[in-house]
Design a protein. Structure first.
Length: 127
């Protein structure tokens, strides 16, 4: 009986930490009004990109201290982030497999791509 009570309390406490919806990754709520670079976008980079896109590897550095300024620089064939025509953003292309998929191991969940897309559509602010 005692054990069941403990398990019940445990489940109740556990449930509280997940009250933001069914998603568990960074940038979790695609319906939220505004997307914050620091709170929603950078955590996605930290999770999927920075093991390669760091100081020692790629031209495009996505580590917290450099990522925003890097994204504001032009990519090779298109701007990484194009506020005027969001679909032209190089970073969105790569996330969707154009010309190749980033990360190379396979695409990140669609709702996280959507979060990045909405950040660009809302002006790609450094907030
Ligand atoms: C396993 C390593 C690896 C991971 C993880 C990875 N990338 Fe890459 N990425 C590369 C390599 C290698 C290149 C091509 C060479 C270069 O730009 O240095 C590249 C190129 C790119 C480019 C094009 C750069 C340019 O100037 O043309 C973009 C944009 C990009 N990655 C975005 C991302 C994003 C966003 C993530 C995370 C969602 C990610 N990558 C995860 C290895 C990786």
């Amino acid at each position: 009986m005692k054990l069941i009570a403990l398990i019940t309390i445990g489940l109740a406490l556990g449930a509280c930490t997940y009250d933001e919806g069914p998603f568990t990754g960074p940038g979790q709520d695609p319906d939220q009004k505004s997307v914050s670079f620091a709170n929603d976008i950078q955590p996605i980079f930290n999770l999927y990109c920075t093991n390669c896109h760091s100081d020692r590897h790629s031209k495009l550095k996505l580590v917290p201290s450099l990522s925003y300024n890097q994204l504001m620089l032009d990519g090779l064939r298109a701007p990484y982030v194009d506020i005027q025509v969001p679909d032209n953003s190089l970073i969105l292309g790569y996330l969707k497999g154009i010309p190749t998929t980033m990360p190379p191991s396979g695409p990140i969940p669609g709702f996280e791509i959507e979060t990045i897309s909405r950040w660009i559509e809302s002006g790609a602010k450094n907030d």
